[in-house]
Design a binder for this molecule. Structure first.
Ligand code: AMP
Length: 126
């Protein structure tokens, strides 16, 4: 079944300028802003400007320019936050929740960048 994008989701409203956001970085294809309920000293959400629901939707249907820009913005945010292990930083985690089992709250694709403290194991024991 094809993905159905709900243009009333909160990130769509942010992209249309209907509600504010704390922007970290913006390009033609990508917006990054601080999470409103941060779970770590660095907690940035990176979203494509196009109407993609989740990671596999974005990966399958976005243009090469959108895909490349998204990843480069992510790397620039990590570098500017000083958390890249390639640059002496202590590291970070990226998470993308999708669908019901992934407990995705906002149905517009987003990547969480978390860092600035030890993050513990990726998942609690099953
Ligand atoms: P997810 O479960 O991956 O869909 O997470 C959605 C994230 O969006 C959560 O971490 C929320 O705190 C965050 N969030 C929801 N509304 C806003 C908002 N208006 N501005 C910034 N972050 C938000």
């Amino acid at each position: 079944m094809p993905f159905a994008y709900d243009d009333q989701n909160i990130f769509a409203k942010i992209l249309r300028g209907e509600i504010p956001n704390d922007t970290v970085m913006e390009t033609d294809h990508t917006l990054a802003f601080n999470d409103i309920r941060p779970q770590a000293p660095v907690h940035v959400l990176v979203i494509p400007k196009g109407p993609y629901v989740c990671h596999d939707h974005f990966a399958a249907e976005a243009s090469d320019a959108e895909l490349a820009d998204f990843l480069r913005v992510t790397a620039r945010i990590v570098a500017e936050a000083g958390i890249s292990p390639g640059d002496g930083g202590a590291g970070y985690r990226t998470i993308s929740n999708a669908g019901q089992d992934g407990v995705q709250e906002v149905p517009h694709y987003h990547l969480h960048i978390l860092g600035g403290r030890p993050l513990g194991r990726m998942l609690p024991p099953a």
